[in-house]
Write a protein that binds this ligand. Sequence first.
Ligand code: MN
Length: 416
Amino acid sequence: MTDLIRSWIDSANSAETEFPLNNLPYGVFRNADGGLRCGVAIGDMILNVSRMEEDGKLDLPKPSIFAAGVWNDFMDLGPNVWADFRELLIKALAEGSPRQKELEFYLVPMSSVEMAMPFRVSEYTDFYAGRHHAFNVGTMFRGAENALPPNWLHIPIGYNGRASSVVVSGTDVRRPWGQLKGPEMDAPVFAPSKRFDLELEMGAIVGQHSDGPISVQEADDMIFGYVLLNDWSARDIQAWEYQPLGPFQAKATATTISPWIVTKAALEPFRTATPEREKELLPYLQEPGPMLYDIDLEVGLAPNDKAETTISRTNYNEMYYSAAQQLTHHASSGCPMRVGDLLGSGTISGPEKGNRGSLLELSWGGKEPLTLETGETRSFLEDGDRLTLRGHARGAGFRVGFGACTGKLLPALERN
Ligand code: MN
């Protein structure tokens, strides 16, 4: 197992921090005058790399890479620059670095700033690539015999979502209105969703553009990093609208991502393989090596800022398809991919009841409500519920995290 790389910033050496020197995730914060600054998390501090660039302290191949206050221009520089920059940061922040005095000036306490979107989302695509989730949902709607659609073991199924509603952790989410029609109703109504839900997912960020089909290895090389992702979902809107073209308004309200992008380089020691294939994949989708990651995931639900209950614990290694396979499939038609494209993994559920990544599964469609630590029960989300996703890859005496991915559900507007 990989060991902790010690830093001259004490808080980065703690077993509890999500941001040891091994991690160095990339985010964006607002400084005192509201300006957007690119930063790197280290312990309980943020290294202000926008300011370092302005002061000529970084050695990047182009000027004004961080001027836009998002990481897109940096991603566009490509994997060699990503690696060089990470090496520069590790050297400068490691114990015994001669640059300590110089860099102390650029540290901002994390607790003193608000985080913003770490990158400009070019386009957002969401997949349905967790086998336990697909099996559970399919069982509820079609019975266990026909749970997986016939294409599921061959294609990483996805739909084109909305980039416009991807928001950073901490943003409140408003319960949506939509067209609803239950099986017992004669005609649809337009009303606030009653079955509003979460989906525990990981998001992969595309860091290089492509124009034409790509191999799985090329796809993996194009991925810049990963975030936690909550794909807020209105189950009742979805049930009525989804045939024949898939989800639309049910998924368009909001998608929340964690404030920190954990790079592929930081996750490298935690690589793990997708599970054995039940049906052999077509050659274009076969992986040349392990392309998933061992990342413990959990979801906390806190009603109206009361005590939080952990409602789900699972792991990213439960996915059937990796992000690289999803990206390869996405580009297989010749669809160009862009820097800043976001790919949602699909809901990550594990084999046991406590591993389910959505309330739809946890409450089995509302038939088995959960009891929270406050004594309240939940089938779907209630107004005032705060959801918090957390994720950690674990090394020897340290962990690599994404920061909390949180959002509170506000009541629907009175009229729509
Ligand atoms: Mn989803």
